[in-house]
Design a protein around this ligand. Structure first.
Ligand code: ZN
Ligand code: ZN
Length: 348
Protein backbone atom coordinates (compact mmCIF):
# COMPACT_ATOMS: atom_id res chain seq x y z
CA UNK A 1 0.00 0.00 0.00
CA UNK A 2 1.67 3.16 -1.16
CA UNK A 3 -1.27 5.42 -1.75
CA UNK A 4 -0.73 9.17 -1.91
CA UNK A 5 -2.83 12.11 -0.80
CA UNK A 6 -2.58 15.88 -1.03
CA UNK A 7 -1.96 18.28 1.85
CA UNK A 8 -1.76 22.07 2.06
CA UNK A 9 1.63 22.91 3.61
CA UNK A 10 2.90 26.28 4.79
CA UNK A 11 6.26 26.28 2.98
CA UNK A 12 7.62 29.74 3.70
CA UNK A 13 6.53 33.21 4.83
CA UNK A 14 3.17 33.86 3.12
CA UNK A 15 3.63 30.83 0.90
CA UNK A 16 1.53 27.66 0.85
CA UNK A 17 2.06 24.66 -1.40
CA UNK A 18 0.10 21.54 -2.21
CA UNK A 19 2.30 18.54 -1.49
CA UNK A 20 1.83 14.84 -2.13
CA UNK A 21 2.47 12.68 0.90
CA UNK A 22 1.82 9.10 1.92
CA UNK A 23 -1.82 8.44 2.78
CA UNK A 24 -1.85 7.20 6.38
CA UNK A 25 -3.50 3.95 7.48
CA UNK A 26 -5.39 3.63 10.75
CA UNK A 27 -3.85 1.41 13.43
CA UNK A 28 -5.69 -0.14 16.38
CA UNK A 29 -8.33 2.18 17.90
CA UNK A 30 -7.82 4.74 15.13
CA UNK A 31 -10.06 6.17 12.43
CA UNK A 32 -9.01 7.35 8.99
CA UNK A 33 -10.95 10.57 8.51
CA UNK A 34 -11.66 11.91 5.04
CA UNK A 35 -11.46 15.68 5.53
CA UNK A 36 -14.29 17.64 3.93
CA UNK A 37 -13.60 21.14 5.25
CA UNK A 38 -10.97 22.81 7.40
CA UNK A 39 -11.06 26.38 8.75
CA UNK A 40 -7.94 28.52 9.02
CA UNK A 41 -7.47 29.46 12.69
CA UNK A 42 -5.39 32.35 14.11
CA UNK A 43 -2.57 29.98 15.01
CA UNK A 44 -2.17 28.85 11.39
CA UNK A 45 -2.43 32.46 10.25
CA UNK A 46 0.42 33.42 12.60
CA UNK A 47 2.49 30.51 11.28
CA UNK A 48 1.79 31.67 7.73
CA UNK A 49 2.90 35.25 8.44
CA UNK A 50 5.82 33.91 10.57
CA UNK A 51 4.58 35.79 13.63
CA UNK A 52 4.72 32.28 15.12
CA UNK A 53 8.01 30.54 14.37
CA UNK A 54 6.76 26.95 13.94
CA UNK A 55 9.35 25.04 11.90
CA UNK A 56 8.44 24.74 8.20
CA UNK A 57 7.10 23.02 6.18
CA UNK A 58 4.06 22.68 8.37
CA UNK A 59 0.59 21.22 7.76
CA UNK A 60 -1.82 22.98 10.09
CA UNK A 61 -5.55 22.56 10.43
CA UNK A 62 -7.45 21.58 13.55
CA UNK A 63 -10.94 23.00 12.89
CA UNK A 64 -12.17 20.13 10.76
CA UNK A 65 -15.21 18.20 9.63
CA UNK A 66 -15.15 15.05 7.57
CA UNK A 67 -16.33 11.48 7.40
CA UNK A 68 -15.17 8.04 8.45
CA UNK A 69 -13.10 6.55 5.62
CA UNK A 70 -11.59 3.45 7.28
CA UNK A 71 -11.35 1.90 10.74
CA UNK A 72 -8.43 0.41 12.61
CA UNK A 73 -8.96 -2.80 14.57
CA UNK A 74 -10.99 -2.43 17.72
CA UNK A 75 -13.14 0.49 16.53
CA UNK A 76 -16.84 -0.32 16.62
CA UNK A 77 -18.17 -0.09 13.06
CA UNK A 78 -21.73 0.35 14.32
CA UNK A 79 -20.61 3.43 16.23
CA UNK A 80 -18.47 4.76 13.37
CA UNK A 81 -19.86 3.39 10.07
CA UNK A 82 -17.96 4.24 6.88
CA UNK A 83 -19.22 7.57 5.54
CA UNK A 84 -20.51 8.82 8.94
CA UNK A 85 -20.00 12.56 9.45
CA UNK A 86 -17.58 13.32 12.28
CA UNK A 87 -15.69 16.20 13.84
CA UNK A 88 -12.49 15.77 15.83
CA UNK A 89 -10.97 17.21 18.94
CA UNK A 90 -7.44 17.25 17.56
CA UNK A 91 -5.71 17.79 20.85
CA UNK A 92 -3.28 15.20 22.04
CA UNK A 93 -3.83 14.39 25.67
CA UNK A 94 -1.83 11.78 27.52
CA UNK A 95 -4.58 10.67 29.91
CA UNK A 96 -1.94 10.02 32.56
CA UNK A 97 -0.58 13.36 33.80
CA UNK A 98 -1.74 15.22 36.92
CA UNK A 99 -4.21 17.38 34.98
CA UNK A 100 -5.61 14.56 32.85
CA UNK A 101 -6.25 12.57 36.03
CA UNK A 102 -8.17 15.52 37.45
CA UNK A 103 -10.39 15.72 34.33
CA UNK A 104 -8.69 18.95 33.19
CA UNK A 105 -7.38 17.48 29.93
CA UNK A 106 -7.12 20.88 28.26
CA UNK A 107 -4.19 21.57 30.63
CA UNK A 108 -2.44 18.25 29.82
CA UNK A 109 1.35 18.63 30.05
CA UNK A 110 1.71 16.77 26.74
CA UNK A 111 -0.78 18.97 24.89
CA UNK A 112 1.72 20.55 22.51
CA UNK A 113 3.46 17.31 21.69
CA UNK A 114 1.69 16.37 18.49
CA UNK A 115 1.69 12.77 17.42
CA UNK A 116 3.34 13.20 14.03
CA UNK A 117 4.38 9.56 13.77
CA UNK A 118 2.07 8.97 10.81
CA UNK A 119 2.80 12.25 9.07
CA UNK A 120 5.46 13.01 6.52
CA UNK A 121 5.15 16.72 7.22
CA UNK A 122 4.63 17.70 10.88
CA UNK A 123 1.64 19.65 12.16
CA UNK A 124 -1.90 19.10 13.30
CA UNK A 125 -2.62 17.67 9.83
CA UNK A 126 -6.20 18.87 9.30
CA UNK A 127 -5.28 20.61 6.03
CA UNK A 128 -5.12 17.51 3.91
CA UNK A 129 -7.35 14.99 2.23
CA UNK A 130 -7.06 12.42 5.02
CA UNK A 131 -6.06 12.33 8.67
CA UNK A 132 -5.67 9.50 11.15
CA UNK A 133 -7.22 10.28 14.52
CA UNK A 134 -7.78 8.18 17.59
CA UNK A 135 -11.38 7.02 17.99
CA UNK A 136 -11.54 8.86 21.33
CA UNK A 137 -10.97 12.16 19.47
CA UNK A 138 -13.85 11.59 17.05
CA UNK A 139 -17.35 12.98 17.72
CA UNK A 140 -20.34 12.00 15.62
CA UNK A 141 -22.48 14.77 14.24
CA UNK A 142 -25.71 14.23 12.29
CA UNK A 143 -25.07 13.78 8.55
CA UNK A 144 -27.70 16.40 7.71
CA UNK A 145 -25.80 19.15 9.57
CA UNK A 146 -23.99 21.15 6.85
CA UNK A 147 -20.18 20.99 6.88
CA UNK A 148 -20.14 24.79 7.14
CA UNK A 149 -21.80 24.49 10.54
CA UNK A 150 -20.00 21.40 11.82
CA UNK A 151 -16.59 22.90 11.08
CA UNK A 152 -17.18 25.26 14.02
CA UNK A 153 -17.06 22.48 16.63
CA UNK A 154 -13.48 23.25 17.73
CA UNK A 155 -13.62 27.07 17.93
CA UNK A 156 -17.06 26.90 19.56
CA UNK A 157 -15.68 24.40 22.10
CA UNK A 158 -12.86 26.82 22.96
CA UNK A 159 -15.44 29.56 23.53
CA UNK A 160 -17.72 27.32 25.61
CA UNK A 161 -14.80 26.54 27.91
CA UNK A 162 -14.45 30.31 28.38
CA UNK A 163 -18.21 30.81 28.84
CA UNK A 164 -18.18 28.13 31.53
CA UNK A 165 -15.43 30.00 33.41
CA UNK A 166 -17.56 33.19 33.22
CA UNK A 167 -20.47 31.49 35.05
CA UNK A 168 -23.06 33.83 33.50
CA UNK A 169 -26.31 34.18 35.42
CA UNK A 170 -29.65 35.22 33.92
CA UNK A 171 -29.81 39.00 33.63
CA UNK A 172 -26.07 39.58 34.03
CA UNK A 173 -24.22 42.27 32.14
CA UNK A 174 -21.60 40.57 30.00
CA UNK A 175 -18.87 42.49 28.17
CA UNK A 176 -17.09 41.05 25.15
CA UNK A 177 -13.90 42.95 24.29
CA UNK A 178 -13.06 42.54 20.60
CA UNK A 179 -15.30 41.69 17.66
CA UNK A 180 -13.28 39.05 15.83
CA UNK A 181 -14.65 35.58 15.25
CA UNK A 182 -14.07 34.56 18.86
CA UNK A 183 -15.73 37.72 20.13
CA UNK A 184 -18.76 36.98 17.92
CA UNK A 185 -19.02 33.41 19.22
CA UNK A 186 -18.85 34.78 22.78
CA UNK A 187 -21.73 37.16 21.93
CA UNK A 188 -23.86 34.29 20.62
CA UNK A 189 -23.19 32.07 23.66
CA UNK A 190 -23.67 34.90 26.17
CA UNK A 191 -27.02 35.80 24.62
CA UNK A 192 -28.04 32.16 24.84
CA UNK A 193 -27.08 32.28 28.54
CA UNK A 194 -29.60 35.05 29.22
CA UNK A 195 -27.28 38.04 29.55
CA UNK A 196 -27.35 41.63 28.37
CA UNK A 197 -24.32 41.69 26.09
CA UNK A 198 -22.10 44.71 25.50
CA UNK A 199 -19.30 44.70 22.95
CA UNK A 200 -16.35 47.07 22.73
CA UNK A 201 -14.83 47.04 19.23
CA UNK A 202 -13.29 49.86 17.14
CA UNK A 203 -14.54 48.62 13.74
CA UNK A 204 -18.03 49.88 12.83
CA UNK A 205 -18.84 46.93 10.55
CA UNK A 206 -17.96 44.44 13.28
CA UNK A 207 -20.13 46.36 15.77
CA UNK A 208 -22.96 46.14 13.27
CA UNK A 209 -22.50 42.37 12.88
CA UNK A 210 -22.40 41.94 16.67
CA UNK A 211 -25.73 43.78 16.83
CA UNK A 212 -27.18 41.48 14.18
CA UNK A 213 -26.07 38.49 16.31
CA UNK A 214 -28.00 39.82 19.29
CA UNK A 215 -25.47 42.05 21.05
CA UNK A 216 -27.50 44.63 23.02
CA UNK A 217 -25.06 47.53 23.28
CA UNK A 218 -21.85 48.32 21.43
CA UNK A 219 -19.18 50.94 22.02
CA UNK A 220 -16.22 52.27 20.06
CA UNK A 221 -13.16 52.23 22.38
CA UNK A 222 -11.42 54.79 20.15
CA UNK A 223 -14.19 57.31 20.82
CA UNK A 224 -15.20 56.56 24.42
CA UNK A 225 -13.11 55.16 27.27
CA UNK A 226 -14.52 51.61 27.45
CA UNK A 227 -14.14 51.35 31.25
CA UNK A 228 -16.09 54.59 31.74
CA UNK A 229 -18.64 53.46 29.18
CA UNK A 230 -19.28 50.10 30.88
CA UNK A 231 -19.58 51.80 34.27
CA UNK A 232 -22.01 54.35 32.80
CA UNK A 233 -24.40 51.63 31.60
CA UNK A 234 -24.12 49.53 34.80
CA UNK A 235 -24.85 52.22 37.42
CA UNK A 236 -21.15 52.49 38.16
CA UNK A 237 -20.75 48.81 39.11
CA UNK A 238 -19.04 47.36 36.04
CA UNK A 239 -20.06 44.11 34.38
CA UNK A 240 -20.66 40.81 36.14
CA UNK A 241 -18.69 38.99 33.44
CA UNK A 242 -15.98 40.30 31.12
CA UNK A 243 -14.35 38.30 28.31
CA UNK A 244 -11.18 39.68 26.73
CA UNK A 245 -10.89 38.19 23.23
CA UNK A 246 -8.10 40.56 22.12
CA UNK A 247 -4.31 39.98 22.29
CA UNK A 248 -3.73 43.56 23.48
CA UNK A 249 -2.42 44.07 27.01
CA UNK A 250 -4.00 47.54 27.38
CA UNK A 251 -7.38 45.92 26.70
CA UNK A 252 -6.64 43.10 29.16
CA UNK A 253 -6.08 45.74 31.83
CA UNK A 254 -9.34 47.48 30.95
CA UNK A 255 -11.09 44.11 31.21
CA UNK A 256 -10.10 43.90 34.88
CA UNK A 257 -11.00 47.54 35.50
CA UNK A 258 -14.55 47.11 34.17
CA UNK A 259 -15.28 43.95 36.21
CA UNK A 260 -17.88 44.42 38.95
CA UNK A 261 -17.55 43.37 42.58
CA UNK A 262 -18.22 39.61 42.68
CA UNK A 263 -17.60 39.58 38.91
CA UNK A 264 -15.60 37.21 36.72
CA UNK A 265 -12.98 38.41 34.24
CA UNK A 266 -11.85 35.82 31.69
CA UNK A 267 -8.64 36.24 29.68
CA UNK A 268 -9.73 34.26 26.64
CA UNK A 269 -7.10 35.41 24.17
CA UNK A 270 -3.38 34.87 24.52
CA UNK A 271 -1.39 38.13 24.59
CA UNK A 272 1.01 39.25 21.83
CA UNK A 273 3.25 40.60 23.23
CA UNK A 274 2.61 39.58 26.82
CA UNK A 275 2.89 42.79 28.85
CA UNK A 276 2.20 42.41 32.61
CA UNK A 277 0.10 45.06 34.39
CA UNK A 278 -0.60 45.83 38.02
CA UNK A 279 -3.66 44.66 39.94
CA UNK A 280 -4.49 45.97 43.40
CA UNK A 281 -4.66 43.11 45.93
CA UNK A 282 -6.95 45.32 48.00
CA UNK A 283 -9.35 45.66 45.12
CA UNK A 284 -9.38 41.87 44.79
CA UNK A 285 -9.86 41.55 48.56
CA UNK A 286 -12.76 43.97 48.63
CA UNK A 287 -14.40 42.95 45.36
CA UNK A 288 -14.22 39.16 45.65
CA UNK A 289 -13.89 39.29 41.87
CA UNK A 290 -12.31 36.38 40.03
CA UNK A 291 -9.74 36.87 37.28
CA UNK A 292 -9.14 33.73 35.28
CA UNK A 293 -8.28 32.42 31.83
CA UNK A 294 -9.57 29.85 29.36
CA UNK A 295 -7.32 27.75 27.14
CA UNK A 296 -8.18 25.13 24.52
CA UNK A 297 -11.39 23.13 24.44
CA UNK A 298 -12.04 20.72 27.30
CA UNK A 299 -13.55 17.31 26.63
CA UNK A 300 -16.69 18.64 28.27
CA UNK A 301 -16.86 21.84 26.20
CA UNK A 302 -16.23 19.92 22.97
CA UNK A 303 -19.15 17.65 23.70
CA UNK A 304 -21.35 20.66 24.39
CA UNK A 305 -20.23 22.40 21.20
CA UNK A 306 -21.20 19.33 19.17
CA UNK A 307 -24.62 19.25 20.86
CA UNK A 308 -25.26 22.95 20.18
CA UNK A 309 -24.34 22.53 16.50
CA UNK A 310 -26.09 19.18 16.03
CA UNK A 311 -29.33 20.68 17.35
CA UNK A 312 -28.79 23.99 15.50
CA UNK A 313 -29.06 25.91 18.77
CA UNK A 314 -26.00 27.93 17.74
CA UNK A 315 -25.66 28.72 14.03
CA UNK A 316 -22.21 30.19 13.46
CA UNK A 317 -22.01 29.41 9.73
CA UNK A 318 -22.99 33.03 9.07
CA UNK A 319 -19.46 33.91 10.29
CA UNK A 320 -17.82 32.24 7.28
CA UNK A 321 -16.22 34.87 5.05
CA UNK A 322 -15.18 32.59 2.20
CA UNK A 323 -14.84 28.98 1.05
CA UNK A 324 -11.91 27.99 -1.19
CA UNK A 325 -10.92 24.75 -2.88
CA UNK A 326 -7.61 23.15 -1.92
CA UNK A 327 -6.13 24.35 -5.21
CA UNK A 328 -6.81 27.94 -4.14
CA UNK A 329 -5.31 27.52 -0.65
CA UNK A 330 -2.90 30.43 -1.26
CA UNK A 331 -5.86 32.76 -1.85
CA UNK A 332 -7.60 31.30 1.20
CA UNK A 333 -4.65 32.12 3.47
CA UNK A 334 -4.35 35.65 2.08
CA UNK A 335 -8.06 36.15 2.73
CA UNK A 336 -7.76 34.71 6.24
CA UNK A 337 -5.08 37.20 7.34
CA UNK A 338 -7.10 40.19 6.10
CA UNK A 339 -8.59 42.04 9.08
CA UNK A 340 -12.06 42.26 7.51
CA UNK A 341 -12.63 38.47 7.34
CA UNK A 342 -13.90 36.06 9.97
CA UNK A 343 -13.46 32.35 9.20
CA UNK A 344 -12.06 31.19 5.87
CA UNK A 345 -12.67 27.57 4.91
CA UNK A 346 -10.67 25.25 2.69
CA UNK A 347 -12.69 22.48 1.02
CA UNK A 348 -11.01 19.14 0.29
ZN1 ZN B 1 -8.70 26.96 16.38
ZN1 ZN C 1 -2.08 14.59 30.29
Amino acid sequence: MNEKMKVVAIADERKVEIKEVRKPAPKADQILMKIKECAICTWEQRTYTRESRMPLPFVGGHEIVGEVAALGTGVNEKEFPIGKKIVARLINVCGKCYFCRRGEENLCVEINNLDSSEMEIPGTGGMGEYLVISASQAYQIPDEIPDEKAVFAEPLACVLNSIEKGRIELGDDVVVLGGGIMGMLHVMCAKLSGARVIMSEPDAERRRIAGALGCDITCNPLETDPVEFIKSVTEGRGAEVVFNTTPISQVAKQAVQMTAYMGRCVMYSSQHPDKPFEISPNWLHNSEAVITGAVSPSVRSFNRAVNLLAKSIINPEKLISGIYTMEKADEAFEAAVRPDTFRIIIKF
